[in-house]
Structures are given as C-alpha cells and as structure tokens.
Design a protein around this ligand. Structure first.
Ligand code: AMP
Ligand code: ZN
Length: 120
C-alpha cells in the first residue's frame, strides 16, 4: 500500500492532519487520522480521514482501495473503543447534494443515541 502523501495547502483537513489547526485526536497511524467533529450531531461523532488528500468517495479507485479498506478496519476499532454496543452509523457525504463541506475524504462515525430513521 502506497504511503506517498498528497497534500493540499488550502485544505482544512490537510491542515488538521499536519497540526496547523488543532483537533481532538482519537486515533492516528501512518495512513489515517481520526478526530472528534467540532459540531457533534451525536454523543459520539468522530471523523476518520486518510492522511493523503483524496477529495471524496468519488475518487476511490483501485489505486487507493486498500487505503479505504484499512480505514474501515480503523472505523470498526474506534466504534468498539467508544463502546457503541447498541449500534452506530458510518456516513461519507459526496458533493453539494449530500452537503459535503470539506473536500477531503472523511467518514463520520455517529453513535451513542438512537439515530434518525431517515437517510435522505
Ligand atoms: P461534511 O459536511 O460531510 O463535509 O463534514 C464536514 C465535517 O467537518 C462537519 O461535520 C463539521 O462539523 C466538521 N468540521 C469542520 N471544521 C472542523 C474542525 N476544525 N474540527 C473538527 N471538525 C470540523
Ligand atoms: Zn486535504
């Protein structure tokens, strides 16, 4: 799996990953970084992002699929650590219709309450 980092100097999450902007870190490794959302929508609301700049799920290809697979193993471990035994949700918004506000691939982990039945 490639660890070559693609960095976007204007990207909020690239700045969080490199420490230019502070964050409430939950987990990190060579490939990804996880931190608490600044505007939590549930008691547990964590964002998991690749260290390398990928714009969204629309840019997932064979070349970075292993990275995304790794991130999902991290998501499962974080959910276990947060003791979300009654369930949780993982969400990734793509583009304007989904309300994506930060164009750096991120997966929201939401849990700790009964989540909305509505998905869209
Ligand atoms: P999305 O709307 O799916 O692109 O998600 C972006 C998320 O980033 C939102 O839930 C914001 O609350 C969160 N966010 C924005 N700025 C920060 C920040 N500085 N630290 C942590 N989370 C942030
Ligand atoms: Zn970025």
């Amino acid at each position: 799996m490639s660890k070559d980092l693609n960095h976007d100097a204007d990207c909020l999450f690239c700045k969080i990953i490199n420490g230019e902007i502070p964050s409430n870190k939950v987990y990190e490794d060579d490939l990804c970084y996880a931190f608490r959302d600044i505007d939590p929508q549930a008691p547990t609301h964590i964002l998991v992002v690749p260290r390398t700049h990928v714009a969204s799920c629309a840019e997932i290809t064979g070349d970075n699929a292993a990275l995304v697979g790794h991130i999902f193993t991290v998501i499962a471990r974080i959910a276990a650590r947060e003791k979300l035994a009654d369930g949780w949700r993982v969400v990734s918004n793509v583009g304007a219709d989904a309300g994506q506000t930060v164009p750096h691939l991120h997966f929201h982990i939401l849990g700790g309450k009964r989540l909305s039945d509505r998905m869209g």
